[in-house]
Design a binder for this molecule. Structure first.
Ligand code: TMP
Length: 237
């Protein structure tokens, strides 16, 4: 049996990680074998690339082109090392972000040529594409407020981390204190948002837009409705 590949997309603060965790729990209760992954990251190499992209003290001068290639390098590794083998073994793969993030952030957000971005994506992932993408949508104001609150928390976290035990000292000082991706301005995030809307309009069968501002139970029900339909479809072949 071939596996199922489900991705979650959305801007900062759209609630992807909590929805993924909830879906993972639900699928586990059905005894489905699962992989829960994130991008950039998900492999030891990918996690190092993630650090370079987001938190490294050296990343201020990173160009949009380097960003695109690093995102794609992490993904090329993840696809071959984890996703393809998992799908071949019949597992369900849940991934926090995938190619649509690259179109939205590097294509629309950083304004790199969309055809070029698509060509790089093709090279990185080949035929490995999600069966279903759940795009969690929140208004830009909500996303901005959550993003700024997170930045505040990171700053406030510093003394707390520093107070931890000796053993934690390295962690305390090597942990991220800033996130380069989140330092972009509002226009950037508006373009990302527009990018996601364009992707969803172009591929309505694969991309399901879910209003993430609705009550949690309603959002969970919307997620489950689409996943259940996909599971049923896969069973009937
Ligand atoms: P997150 O894991 O907290 O969502 O952080 C990942 C960041 O990387 C987020 O700002 C979106 C960004 N990103 C891209 O710009 N392009 C990509 O292809 C991916 C996967 C993520």
């Amino acid at each position: 049996m071939n596996g199922l590949f489900i991705t979650f997309e959305g801007t900062e603060g759209s609630g992807k990680s909590t929805r993924i965790q909830w879906l993972a729990e639900r699928l586990r209760t059905m005894n489905r074998t699962l992989r829960v992954l994130r991008e950039p990251g998900g492999t030891p190499i990918g996690e190092e690339i993630r650090h370079t992209l987001k938190h490294s003290q050296q990343n201020h001068a990173m160009t949009a082109e380097a960003e695109l290639l690093l995102m794609s390098a992490s993904r090329a590794q993840l696809v071959r090392q984890v996703i393809r083998p998992a799908l071949a073994a019949g597992e369900v793969v849940l991934c926090d972000r995938f190619c649509d993030s690259t179109i939205a952030y590097q294509g629309y957000g950083r304004r790199l040529d969309l055809n070029l971005v698509r060509a790089v994506i093709d090279f990185a992932v080949g035929e490995t594409r999600p069966h279903l993408t759940l795009l969690l949508s929140v208004p830009i104001e909500v996303s901005e407020t959550r993003r700024l609150a997170r930045q505040q928390t990171m700053l406030l976290d510093v003394p707390v981390r520093a107070k931890k035990s000796e053993g934690d000292a390295k962690l305390a000082f090597s942990e991220p204190l800033r996130d380069r991706m989140e330092e972009a301005d509002r226009d950037f995030f508006e373009r990302v948002e527009h990018g996601y809307k364009t992707i969803a309009a172009a591929e309505p069968r694969r991309v399901c837009v879910i209003d993430s501002t609705r009550p949690l139970e309603v959002v969970k029900a919307a997620v489950w409705q689409r996943v259940e339909a996909l599971l049923a479809e896969a069973q009937t072949g």
